[in-house]
Structures are given as structure tokens and as C-alpha cells.
Design a protein around this ligand. Structure first.
Ligand code: PLP
Length: 273
């Protein structure tokens, strides 16, 4: 497997990042996961815009997007696979322990792994922990993902593949790695970015293509929604057939099934050349 590091392709086995890299020691880093179909990245420009926004939010220098594009192309060419996930990681570089941030430039790693097509529906659980809708990192895609790892472990213990968070004022927010949508009286709603959720790229496309509304939703909307679905780069649009103990039989319901179809049809056009 070849990855991109230090400005070029390297074998994974030989590739080394400093043990004092601030991405490792304090989680001072950002990332993107980009779907690649037959070696072509999906919605790469949107991902690179978000990478830059995350860098600015964290106070990192802007990533060199020409290099990131070259790195993605080179890694995909070196590791051919029908359905892959590019992982772009960008950190504040390394510096002595105790320094506020990396002092030796930045670190860019681009790697790729295979991924399976997700099932049409899945189970989710809610967790008692909250997303902070007013935090310094809110809306940034940082490598500080440990909270999501803990929540996902809770989901797995209960036979689910995703955990949903409310925010500090009891509103529905998002999953550990996905955005959430609900169907109420035939209309699609998703929490606004002000809820503290990540501005998901799949979320934005689904809002654009289905006319879904951004609505401030109480957490207990999950007890009465007619349909629930998730969106993310690796899930695309995925129906939910169980929320905690509540079964949603027949998922995907008709509105979700239509959103899945629209996404599948339209997303073919958004593959970056
Ligand atoms: N929310 C969080 C916390 C995420 O980590 C992700 C993706 O990884 C998403 C939402 C979905 O975003 P996207 O559709 O851009 O993959």
C-alpha cells in the first residue's frame, strides 16, 4: 500500500510521522474522508473547501490544495480499487512537548482503504452525552474523535452501527460520523448547523436535491418520526430501522427510498474528474 507523506508517495511500512506530532500528542489536526469510485474522488472540491475551513478554525496554516489534489490522484493511481475511501489527515506538525502547537511546519498524510457498500438500513441508539453547539471546535472536522469512538462503542454493544447525539439544549444534533434526517408528515427535516452538527457534504447534497428543511428539532422527535435516515460519505443515504427500542418496520420508507434513489442518480454527476 502506498500513501502520500512528506511530499511524495511512500510505502506504508516505511512511512514515519514524528512521535511529537501535535496531531498525535494533542489531537491538533483535521481530516477528510472522501469516497472514491473507480479511482475518482467524489465531491473532492467540497471536501477541500471544508478542509480549509477546518484548518482556519483550528488556526492551522491553509493546506496546499494543489498538493492535496496531487496526493489524492497519486494515491488512487497507486492503489486501484473499485470503491475506496481516501483519508486526508493534516496536522500542526511536530514540536517539543509542552509547546502550544507544532513548530516544525505541518504534516499531510493521504491514505486510502477499501470500503464495502453499506446495507440499505441500520439500527441507531441515542447516547446521554451531548454535542456542544457553542464549542471552539464545533463544526470543524478535527482528529479529536475520541468522544465519537466511545459513543460508537456504546452503539455496537446494543447491536447498532451509529450513535446519535443531542446538543446541550436538548435538540437533535448528529451521529458520530453521520448527519440525521427525519420524515414528519411526508416532509424531510434535518437539524441546522447551529445545532452543533458537522456541515456534512452528503447532508448538503441531500438538502439541495430533495428540498429537505433545516429545522431545530427536539431529541424526542425520534419517538414519533415516520422515517429516519442517516447521511455520510461512506453511508450515502441509509435508512434507520430501529432507534433505541423503537422499531421502524419497512425501512426504508417511501420518502427515504426516494431520497436514496435521487442521491444515487444525481451523485454520479458530482465525481470530480
Ligand atoms: N458528522 C460527523 C461528526 C462526521 O464525522 C461526518 C463524516 O465523517 C458527518 C457528520 C457526515 O459528513 P459527510 O457527509 O461530509 O461525510
Amino acid at each position: 500500500m502506498k500513501i502520500w507523506l512528506d511530499g511524495g508517495l511512500q510505502d506504508t511500512e516505511g512511512a514515519r510521522v514524528s512521535v511529537f506530532d501535535h496531531g498525535l500528542t494533542v489531537g491538533d489536526g483535521i481530516f477528510e474522508t472522501v469516497k472514491a469510485v473507480d479511482g475518482r474522488p467524489f465531491a473532492l472540491t467540497r471536501h477541500l473547501d471544508r478542509l480549509t475551513r477546518s484548518a482556519r478554525g483550528l488556526g492551522l496554516p491553509d493546506p496546499d490544495l494543489d498538493e492535496v489534489r496531487r496526493a489524492c490522484a497519486a494515491v488512487l493511481e497507486a492503489n486501484p480499487m473499485p470503491l475506496g475511501r481516501l483519508r486526508i489527515t493534516y496536522t500542526g506538525g511536530h514540536g517539543p512537548l509542552g509547546s502550544d502547537r507544532g513548530e516544525q511546519g505541518t504534516t499531510l498524510v493521504v491514505a486510502v482503504g477499501g470500503t464495502a457498500r453499506r446495507p440499505d438500513s441500520t439500527a441507531v441508539v441515542t447516547v446521554p452525552w451531548t454535542r456542544n453547539e457553542r464549542g471552539a471546535l464545533t463544526g470543524l472536522k478535527t482528529t479529536s474523535y475520541a468522544e465519537n469512538v466511545v459513543a460508537l462503542a456504546r452503539a455496537r454493544e446494543r447491536g447498532a452501527t451509529e450513535a446519535l447525539f443531542g446538543n446541550t439544549v436538548g435538540r437533535l444534533c448528529e451521529g458520530t460520523g453521520s448527519n440525521v434526517f427525519v420524515v414528519l408528515d411526508g416532509e424531510i427535516h434535518t437539524p441546522p448547523v447551529a445545532s452543533g452538527c458537522l456541515a456534512g457534504i452528503t447532508r448538503a447534497l441531500v438538502v439541495e436535491w430533495t428540498g429537505a428543511r433545516e429545522t431545530d428539532l427536539p431529541l424526542d422527535v425520534l419517538d414519533r418520526a415516520d422515517e429516519v435516515f442517516l447521511t455520510s460519505t461512506l453511508r450515502d443515504v441509509q435508512a434507520v430501522h430501529r432507534v433505541d427500542d423503537r422499531e421502524l418496520p419497512g425501512a426504508p420508507g417511501p420518502v427515504t427510498a426516494k431520497a436514496m434513489r435521487v442521491f444515487e442518480e444525481r451523485s454520479g454527476d458530482d465525481l470530480d474528474p
